[in-house]
Design a protein around this ligand. Sequence first.
Ligand code: ADP
Ligand code: MG
Length: 627
Amino acid sequence: MTEEKLSFQAEVSRLLEIVAKSLYSHEEVFLRELISNASDACDRLRYEALTQSELAGDDPYRIILAVDKDARSLSISDNGIGMNRQDMVDNLGTIARSGTLAAMEGLTGDAKKDLALIGQFGVGFYSAFVVADQVEVLSRKAGEPQGWRWISDGKGSFTIGEAEDVPRGTTVKLHLAEGKDEFLQPHRIRHIVKTYSDHIALPIVMADDKGEEETLNRASALWVRSKSDISEEDYKEFYHHVGHAFDDPWLTIHYKVEGVLEYSVLVFVPSTQPFDLFQPERKHHVKLYVRRVFVTDEAQGLVPPYLRFLRGIVDSEDLPLNISREMLQRNPVLAKIRQAVTKRVLSEITAKAKEDPASYEGFWDSFGPLLKEGVYEDADQREALLALLRFQSTEFDGWVTLDDYVGRMKEGQEAIYYITGEDVEALKKSPQLEGFRARGVEVLLLTDPVDEFWVPAVGEVQEKPLRSVTRAGTDLSKVKAQEKDSEDKPEEPPEAANIDQLIAAFKLSLDQEVKDVRTSELLTDSPVCLVADEHDMDMHLERLLKQHGQLRGEASKRVLEVNPRHPLIATLSAMAAGSDDDKDQVRELAFLLLDQARIVEGDPVPDPAAFSRRLNAALQRGLTLAA
Ligand code: ADP
Ligand code: MG
């Protein structure tokens, strides 16, 4: 018999250490994890056997727990799909989930938080090493003759070899570590199974050395029980099992639909953000069952991608059991279920947001950007989704809804104003906000990349257009006119004389650099700023697309706006009408002001050497005059 020694993937060794530390005070969860895997394995075989009946025999699916007191071992056996050699290498020596390593960097040392996070990596099987100093896995895959033995002490390597007379399915045998004898006690095992695994739909049977058998759980699908019969703990444990999660659900949605279509839904919204939320696949995590039989966790179209934070199951009475995964996608029943489930989930989230706004903010923190994807993608649910959006704004410290915003709009204000960028603090300092602040007009601060997409797609809310403040053409004159009546408002400095001449001079020197130069009514403190022309792409979006390589070539040209009431602009205006030497200087300084506006915007300065030369020259002149 050939045996082969293989190394764990480096991440696994690291994960094993973390798991051992984090699970220290919850070590009994190893049993729930191994039972959960055994149950998954039976579900998978039951589904495969629908089309290949020769794979499974007649014996009912079940999970057997057996104790050997003399050998100090506990084993968990199932008659599910089993694993061959390659499956063992792939599943019991590596971490398949992409992004795991990056997410591991996010561990905090706070046991509870870390547990929620590592749960998502699929610690599942590895939790066996928290109580065992050696783990042996015997398995034979359904439909294959050869059995395999996998052994490891969890210290960097494992051994795989052929094994004889292995029944179909998998046995995980734990050689308990020193001091873990409690897991040999029937009452302890009974209690753990009741606590964590009662919801498992298969019988979990404890066999003693005399061959006596005792079923420890209720062995029926949780979602078919009546709600009054299910405790919060039951729901939570089912969530842990179905969602491969370790945190508590933030929201549990359980209902049954009867009528033209018949189906049950049991889905959960997690309370912590899954680490793979923003991976490009945007896969959802709701499993499809047909009449209690697991069909697939990859039913595309069962749940829209923007609800990919959901964990749970949908169990249909109408779909044919032997439907291929490919045919599923085009099945109209699935589309109807999706629409109804989406609507229901959003209405439950809306209700929870009303009932407990503080807790909704936690949800928003984790999943807000996904709802924004929904606004973009799901026209049917747009109204419901818009009402769930929360924003930060210039005028208000907490979260703001669109309703709040519209209710606070100033008389004469025509649009809902927003600015997009990478972070709120930087955005608050944008020169484009000066005029809005001076007039007390609120501006929404948008920092999610998806904001660049849903906002233009929606266009308007309650008949008010959404308008970026970094785009030319904003007119606040109607709001301003109103404010001028108030008496404690300081007089604005007059507009510089000769401003037209200055603008003309700027246009001449910056002809190659900008699209246009205009005076601005919206600047108060800054001499200049850049905006996008009315029909051009918003500046932040353009930057974003460039960063992601989605946009190549020349950036579109900006409009330079000039503040006619700024003292520096007033001086320059006078110079623009002055001597030839003054005019030359104005032309040079135009470049300097433009570069400064670029820096404030976070845009690169195209010619830093020229910028520095001009800055030094200007400083030198200033100092000479002062001396
Ligand atoms: P997860 O269950 O979240 O996928 P685990 O670490 O618990 O992660 O298990 C890793 C993988 O090992 C499973 O996805 C499965 O492919 C395989 N596996 C574990 N236990 C069994 C079992 N009893 N029968 C068949 N495959 C198993
Ligand atoms: Mg598992």
